[in-house]
Design a protein around this ligand. Structure first.
Ligand SMILES: [Zn+2]
Length: 288
């Protein structure tokens, strides 16, 4: 880990490793989401990583600046992370122009050798600016369209060799593939046996604090699944729909009848409440 010692994302995650709790890295798509997340962190005295997708940087360019302002003005440890940055030119623009603390340099759409090579080069460029880097090893399956069968997935799981290779590429945070998927698992969460906790534990043991472990694909997680992942070594917990769906539900149910200002208030309120509940579940409440 060679990114600056001052790095906010790494400070938050290192404290969580030492304290044996998890910290959520929560996606925001708009200012209501950002407001709810920051209020929850303040109310619960919890650290929190705010995540924006590269597409959001283009769709709502001011949001990154609002998030960076929140990071600076909050009375609890917050940081700003860019999730799944897959375009090399865009990554270079992001680190040159935006006050981000960390970036997921996601080259997992290239074959493994090229993934590693590109990750290494971009990691160096990020580190020169004090920005920490997350990378994905193996291949976390899915978009919205569900789960490949286990036969297909086996080859995509993170292997011990992948772990060594990414550590050698000098990244700070590793997002392993352990059966987790992007998109929905179904209403009751991952199927029995779908998440390989043993593999996560083995990776945690292998990395031995040289990098931090991020868990992607937490939609529909029950509390006990999240807690088991934390016990197995995951410290950065990427959450999206897990927190935001309650706000979408408010929109769906009330968009036709509720005045706009009330609709905004109501979304913020329910997302804050849900975020606070998950901060308790992850054990980050009161740790700021
Ligand atoms: Zn992800």
């Amino acid at each position: 880990m060679t990114a600056t010692k001052e790095n906010r994302t790494l400070a938050i995650l290192n404290a969580a490793v030492a304290g044996k709790y998890g910290v959520m890295a929560a996606i925001a798509y708009n200012i209501e989401h950002l407001t709810a997340l920051v209020r929850a962190a303040e109310a619960k005295r919890s650290p929190l990583i705010i995540q924006l997708f590269p597409s959001t940087l283009k769709q709502v360019p001011l949001l990154a600046h609002a998030a960076a302002h929140a990071v600076k003005s909050a009375t609890v440890p917050l940081s700003l992370h860019i999730d799944h940055a897959q375009n090399i030119d865009h990554i270079r623009e992001i680190i040159r122009t935006l006050p981000v603390d960390s970036v997921m340099v996601d080259m997992s759409h290239y074959d493994e050798a090229e993934n590693l090579e590109k990750t290494k080069v971009l990691t160096k460029e990020c580190h020169e600016r004090g920005i920490a880097v997350e990378a994905e090893s193996g291949r976390i399956e899915g978009g919205e369209d569900g789960i490949a069968d286990t036969g297909d997935l086996e080859a995509l799981f993170t292997s011990p060799e992948d772990v060594d290779n990414f550590i050698a590429a000098d990244i700070d945070i590793l997002a392993p593939s352990i059966g987790n998927v992007h998109g929905d698992y179904g209403p009751t969460g991952p199927k029995e046996g779908q998440l390989h906790y043993g593999r996560l534990e083995a990776i945690d043991k292998q990395v031995n604090k040289r990098v931090l472990i991020a868990l992607h694909g937490t939609n529909n997680f029950p509390a006990e699944v999240m807690q088991r992942c934390i016990r197995s070594g995951a410290v950065k917990l990427n959450v999206n729909k897990l927190l935001l769906e309650v706000g979408n539900e408010v929109l769906r149910k009330n968009a036709a009848g509720m005045p706009l200002v009330k609709l905004i208030d109501e979304q913020i309120r329910v997302i804050q409440e849900e975020t606070e509940r998950w901060m308790d579940i992850c054990g980050s409440s009161g740790k700021a």
